[in-house]
Design a binder for this molecule. Sequence first.
Ligand code: ADP
Ligand code: MG
Length: 341
Amino acid sequence: MSSEGEGIGEFDLIRRFFALRDVGGAAAAVVILGIGDDAALLDLPSGTELAAAVDTIVAGRHFPHGTDGRSIGHRALAVNLSDLAAMGATPAWATLALTVPDADPLWLERFSSGLFDLARAHGVALVGGDTTRGPLTVSVQLLGHVPRGAALRRSGAAAGDLLAVTGTLGDAGAGLKFATAAPQAPIRGAGGGDPDLQGAAVRDLIHRFDYPTPRVEFGVAARGLATAAMDLSDGLVGDLPKLAQACGLGAHVAVERLPLSAALRTAATLEQARDWALAAGDDYELLLAVPPGRFAALEAVAARLNLRLTAIGELVLGGAVTWSLNGANFVPAVCGFDHFA
Ligand code: ADP
Ligand code: MG
């Protein structure tokens, strides 16, 4: 965080960068009382349940020190939108606990524009928060709603249900690696060494890390079709066992089916691309279980949203999660992310 610009006081800061930023008429649900009192008052639509999630991102842990404030503001909300998407819930209200080392207006402007651009896109109103000084840490709590009983859980799928993922996997993990690697690190992908192609692909991947796209509309539309869902934040190898376990089942994945983007295939070897798709975090794609007879309907929902949906395996009886590559048994080299491992 730069220290350019004049320092400003806490109340100025809140007013200037957070309280006066409207999300327009798009807010999905009613705010009775927003920023300025001791707590917000919100009106839950009738017949719905409240969905609540909170995620904290810490400089040097969830994003490199020196990351653009715009990306940090986007990420802080995106990771929570992804959690609500995985429940099939409609996001509506957010609170923001912001800890910054200093009140730098230039940085705050970048941060709040990243946050509010995404908030506006999803009709989310910022209704409160807390502002403190300290090492850069951003915690967003996101509240939303879902028709009573209709939320997508991690549990609920049956043996034989297909496993499907949205979008492509491994891009953000690759982007993070490229963003933080030494510039002379050798890249040998399908780009065949063409520096322009490689450069454009690497920029795409870094953008995928900096600006994750939560699959909110798809999650809502998957209600009634998917039997279980979760978002992929820690990598498929780490996350899939959580869904399988919640269902009391095992799972099998055919690794050659993992959806890889053109950018990832250009910037990395097939083997490296697969490793990232399996184990790198930060994709924020959805992993869903769907009965085989409903897969086409779920695929049609994805197509309507211009989103790729790929069947990668299935849930099976027993508790084991197994992997194969072109029919042969496969053991992923790497595990999911655990902050305390
Ligand atoms: P309190 O002392 O009651 O916690 P604060 O002085 O911390 O109140 O905050 C004043 C108002 O500004 C409250 O409505 C609070 O929710 C809101 N607020 C504080 N910081 C932020 C922030 N970073 N983003 C959004 N709203 C904030
Ligand atoms: Mg407070």
